[in-house]
Design a protein. Sequence first.
Length: 274
Amino acid sequence: MPIPSAILTLVLGMLLVLGGLWIGQNINLLPVDASANAPIYDELFRVLFSIGTILFVGIVGLILFSLVRFRRRPGQIGDGLALEGNLPLEVFWTAVPAIVVLFVGLYSYDIYERMGGMVPLGHGNHGSETVVDERVWGGIGSTQDSQTATTAGIPPLPIEVTAMQFAFLFHYPEGDFISGEMHVPVDRPVSLRMEAKDVIHAFWIPEFRLKQDVIPGQPTVLDFTPTRTGSYSIVCAELCGPYHGGMRSSVVVDSADDFDTWLQSNRKLPAAEA
């Protein structure tokens, strides 16, 4: 007795969904996570990867099945059946994408809010929990790490980032010196005040899952907490000129002791000691 097509479709659909969920949760295409924000972002990526896998495999599988099942047979010279309209099918392929898009939008908004994207912009409009941002910079574009730092009583490390064609420069107010390579201590909040000297650039560290535009005449603030020691690439992700592809630097996440040693070795000496 042949299996009813409805049951076969239901079983294949369940296998497709379960397979897509397994692939999304077990195949990691992202670089190592090295900041407090990275695991939150990775949640969204896994969900989107699962949905994308289900849609891709389902659509491609249906196309291949149709190519084989409904191909022109030898000796067939007439047209196919004249089919017109299928209301249940049309409702299905309209409702399912609408539900998926609505879910992705709401879930993305939740992830964005958890990463601090909905924190009010600067210029003195922060609430009491974000007083650290106002004390350090008073800029715009800060993220949720500063709120966590305030609650824990750990002041963020301020660093001034200058972007220009085609390099990043890092000024450390604590030591009053400039470095071509950014060093930060692990597990301590960092607050970057960034400004461009010529055109729009973008400050992107893939392992931190963070990217912020760097705009001429309008300083932006990017806050993060590094969680894994090592050296990671800083990439300009905004087309900024003919040598845009070579505009790279590095961020070195040191242990607390190693960072203090590096900071002291680069700190400017007072004029009397120089």
